[in-house]
Design a protein around this ligand. Structure first.
Ligand code: AMP
Length: 450
């Protein structure tokens, strides 16, 4: 799923589109860029976004696009934790709907006189925005009929729970037809929010907006596997996805080693990263992952924390994290900077939308080798080695094309050179006599990493 940078490419009705330029919304905000295409497709979206991100317009445009103004039934319901937010949301949706004639929106909020709200509801509303207690009350009194609702939005879901609205929210949502679209926005993702998402949403797509970076879209799937089935499930996921690189998270060092060993025995190119390893081995594992000379890194959270691991196409929660922040942090290793990514979690118990290992389509045969091969040279920054020296030697002396040379990582005392898998013989042959600033290079030894 790709995000977009203008509103023009979206299937929005002309009246909505026209109004956007009138409002001065020339470009979508990051959350809109990532979430709107999915919302307009009708997908359930689990969005991480704060107030001020433009999330209201993201779901507001979505629900307006699905709205049939000819039918005066409640077709969209937005549940907010507090009156102030409900009023802001209502104002924004009204602004977005300016060009659509006769759209009726009613706010139902606690702490306000009931009678005017009763009167408005009797007149009918296409869209209802409100707080849980008051919405539930109107449903009980049958002043709000939920049978025609197509879009349900839970806004600031973490605050809904913090404020103790869980029961009311459940009561409301359980009455709304299941063939609805459910959009859930929250600034944080504690386990209760993820549980809420599992209960109320179908196959949701996660949209995480890292304020520091452009957003990407992460497709998260769960795969059901008992303790004895986990390795098989992992192998099937990797064989289905065949990613250029992937990060697999385990709870313990021992688990890390076992998983890496099993994958290696199957022919996968794999390295580990855990706290028992020497610093040098940890760095090397990361360098190899980064320069694409190893495909899979099996890591513990502790070892991976704070590391600058670049965007990866696939993250697998082999042992799912109990702490939602850790879960989010792990998943955030993929789908960054506007790219799409995938995350799979192995879970023991079946939940809606979860896959079984048999649902996956693994490719058979031996897994593909890594794209690159690493060479090692003693000597680094301290010896004034520069990447240009190495590139020069590889091209002018070893006879490689510049495209055959990958990342050149100059560490303090050593240098790792990646070359395309296929040209390593050429390099090795040259290296029998060839030197770079008087230094030899040799294939980087695969350490006894397990
Ligand atoms: P929200 O996070 O929904 O509360 O939105 C924050 C503010 O950004 C609101 O005042 C919106 O009117 C405004 N806004 C939303 N989308 C855009 C956009 N694409 N361009 C400019 N302003 C926007």
């Amino acid at each position: 799923m790709t995000s977009f940078s203008t509103f023009d490419s979206l299937p929005l009705s002309p009246s909505l589109m026209e109004n956007l330029s009138g409002l001065g919304y020339d470009e979508p905000t990051p959350i809109q860029a990532a979430a709107l295409p999915l919302i307009l497709e009708g997908r359930d979206v689990l969005g991480q976004a704060k107030t001020g991100s433009g999330k209201t317009a993201a779901f507001g445009l979505g629900l307006l696009q699905r709205l049939d103004p000819e039918v005066l039934e409640t077709q969209a319901l937005v549940i907010c934790p507090v009156r102030e937010l409900a009023e802001q949301v209502a104002t924004e949706i009204r602004r977005l709907a300016r060009n659509i004639p006769n759209v009726k929106l009613v706010t139902l909020c606690g702490g306000m006189p009931g009678r005017p709200q009763d009167i408005s509801m009797k007149a009918g509303a296409h869209i209802v925005v409100g707080t849980p207690g008051r919405i539930a009350k109107h449903i009980r009194k049958e002043q709000l009929l939920v049978s025609a609702i197509r879009t349900l939005v839970l806004d600031e879901a973490d605050r809904l729970l913090d404020m103790g609205f869980e029961e009311e929210v459940k009561e409301i949502v359980h009455q709304i037809p299941r063939n609805r679209q459910t959009l859930l926005f929250s600034a944080t993702f504690p386990e209760e929010i993820r549980a809420m998402s599992r209960k109320f949403q179908k196959n949701p797509e996660s949209v995480i907006v890292d304020t520091a970076l452009a957003p990407g879209v992460v497709e998260e799937r769960e795969v059901v596997a008992g303790p004895k089935e986990k390795l098989r499930a992992l192998s099937r996921i990797l064989r289905q996805e065949m990613p250029e690189s992937a990060l697999v998270f385990c709870a313990t060092r021992q688990g890390c080693r076992e998983v890496a060993k099993a994958l290696s025995a199957e022919g996968f190119s794999v390295a580990t990263l855990h706290g028992e390893m020497e610093q040098r081995d940890r760095s090397d594992a990361l360098i190899r992952l980064g320069n694409r000379s190893v495909r899979i890194l099996v890591a513990t959270d502790v070892a991976a924390r704070g590391l600058d691991i670049e965007d990866l196409p696939l993250v697998i929660h082999y042992d799912p994290a109990n702490d939602p922040d850790i879960h989010l942090h792990r998943t955030g290793r993929t789908g960054r900077a506007g790219r799409s990514g995938k995350a799979f979690a192995l879970v023991e118990r079946r939940r809606p939308g979860a896959l079984f290992p048999e649902d996956l389509n693994p490719q058979h045969g031996s897994p593909p080798p890594p794209a690159m091969v690493s060479f090692l040279m003693n000597g680094g920054k301290k010896d004034k080695i520069r990447p240009g020296d190495i590139l020069g030697a590889m091209v002018k002396e070893a006879g490689l094309n510049a495209e055959d040379v990958g990342k050149i990582h100059v560490a303090d005392t050593y240098t790792v050179i990646a070359v395309r898998n296929g040209v390593q013989r050429k390099v090795q042959k040259w290296a029998t006599a060839g030197r770079i600033k008087g230094r030899r290079i040799a294939p980087m030894p695969a350490r006894d990493i397990f």
